[in-house]
Design a protein around this ligand. Structure first.
Ligand SMILES: Nc1ncnc2c1ncn2[C@@H]1O[C@H](COP(=O)(O)OP(=O)(O)OP(=O)(O)O)[C@@H](O)[C@H]1O
Ligand SMILES: [Mg+2]
Length: 372
């Protein structure tokens, strides 16, 4: 029997398709009550991972557990997990209502669930229309309605915002936030951070099948250090004055401006005044999340080293991330404390002491393994 926790745990999961290493030792957890974003560029392994979570693809190594058991042992899975993957197969001449009736019969829920699900996704008025005439966004909503039929505790959605207009994205955001606010779990993938930025609380960023970051979006945001950009006639003199004032992170940009990190704007201005260097321009700049995302996932098609792995412990387990596992600086190359790991080491993602719900790191059944 599953544990009813609403938690998904992916532990060191890998998948190879012949010579293609689609997923490489990925570990993360999805917790109830929050919306977790699963982010990565095209081809980074998102769909493959979600398919492994849903028991549609057999992992080459590692395991994925939903409520403490593999998907195949959930019993009535549609009542635990509702899923929408890409490429939905709709019969074009069937109405939305009939499509959902077929789905409802397949998972053993009564017809009343159909109209309820249609209403939940805003398709009540289109219930009698043929699906063949639906727009992409309407099809996305219909697929979501099918996932909701079993009144699941967990939603797993692969790129649900694809094809939605801004209003549709706003609607989806409200819907998913409401769903999570009921203490349920949501895992949604996207290749665009901006598309889900206002929807997700937690993010798992992957690149080339490796974890590049996992943690709260707020933590990622907070980790972005501002820098002060200075245009002046004598950058060398200002840099020297700043160094004497113990401001040591100073770069020169290609356009000749100084980029100063680790000192407030006022300190830079006062140091320039004391050094007698006139200032033509002084601005504070903060890297936006999209830049951070690009940096975390850059090199996807460049081959070579995988991204620096940042597998922090899942929430609630173990000590807070140490200096080596915080969010990266928004500027410059990854600092020295993020050595590329090939393959990423299990390191900080070990099972927490004394936790019965965490799966063993290597092989062996979880404590509550053994079916329903
Ligand atoms: N059935 C398959 N056979 C061979 N290779 C596959 C198969 N499925 C996925 N791959 C490969 O695995 C890698 C990851 O693909 P996946 O579809 O998981 O990426 P994704 O992150 O979902 O990408 P997208 O954003 O484009 O949906 C890609 O290189 C892809 O070509
Ligand atoms: Mg995909």
């Amino acid at each position: 029997m599953h544990d009813g926790s609403g938690r998904i745990i992916v532990n060191q999961i890998s998948k190879r398709f012949g010579s293609v290493a689609a997923v490489n030792g990925l570990s993360f957890s999805v917790e109830p009550g929050v919306v977790t974003g699963f982010l990565g560029p095209n081809g980074s392994g998102k769909t493959t991972t979600l398919r492994m979570v849903l028991g549609l693809v057999r992992p080459t190594a590692g395991q994925a557990l939903i409520n403490g058991v593999p998907f195949g042992r959930l019993g009535e899975p549609a009542k635990v997990v509702g899923a929408v993957l890409e490429a939905q197969g709709f019969h074009p001449s069937r109405t939305a209502r009939n499509h959902l009736r077929v789905c409802a019969a397949a998972i053993g829920v009564p017809d009343q669930a159909v109209d309820h699900a249609l209403g939940s996704v805003g398709l009540a008025e289109a219930a009698a229309r043929k699906v063949g005439g639906f727009s992409l966004g309407m099809k996305q909503r219909l697929a979501l309605a099918a996932a909701l039929l079993g009144n699941p505790q967990i939603l797993v959605l692969d790129e649900p915002a694809n094809g939605l207009d801004p209003e549709g994205i706003a609607w989806l955001r409200t819907f998913l936030r409401g769903f999570a606010a009921q203490g349920r779990s949501v895992l949604i993938s996207s290749h665009l951070l901006a598309e889900v930025e206002q929807t997700v609380d937690h993010v798992i960023v992957i690149s080339r099948g490796y974890t590049a970051y996992q943690g709260s979006l707020d933590q990622l945001r907070a980790g972005q250090r501002a820098r002060v950009l200075v245009r002046c006639p004598d950058p060398a003199r200002l840099a020297e004055a700043l160094s004497k004032a113990d401001v040591l992170e100073i770069d020169t940009l290609p356009d000749g401006r100084l980029a100063v990190t680790g000192a407030p704007l006022q300190k830079v201005a006062e140091t320039a005044l004391e050094a007698g260097v006139p200032i033509y321009e002084l601005t504070e700049e903060r890297a936006d999340l999209e830049q951070v995302f690009l940096r975390l996932t850059s090199g996807q098609f460049a081959g070579g080293q995988p991204p620096f792995a940042q597998q922090g412990p899942p929430p609630g387990y173990g000590p807070p991330p140490g200096p080596g596992y915080g969010p990266p600086s928004g500027y410059g190359p990854p600092p020295g404390q993020y050595p590329p790991q090939h393959p990423p080491q299990p390191g900080p993602y070990g099972p927490p002491p004394g936790s019965g719900q965490y799966p063993p790191a290597q092989g062996g059944p979880p404590p509550n393994w053994g079916g329903r």
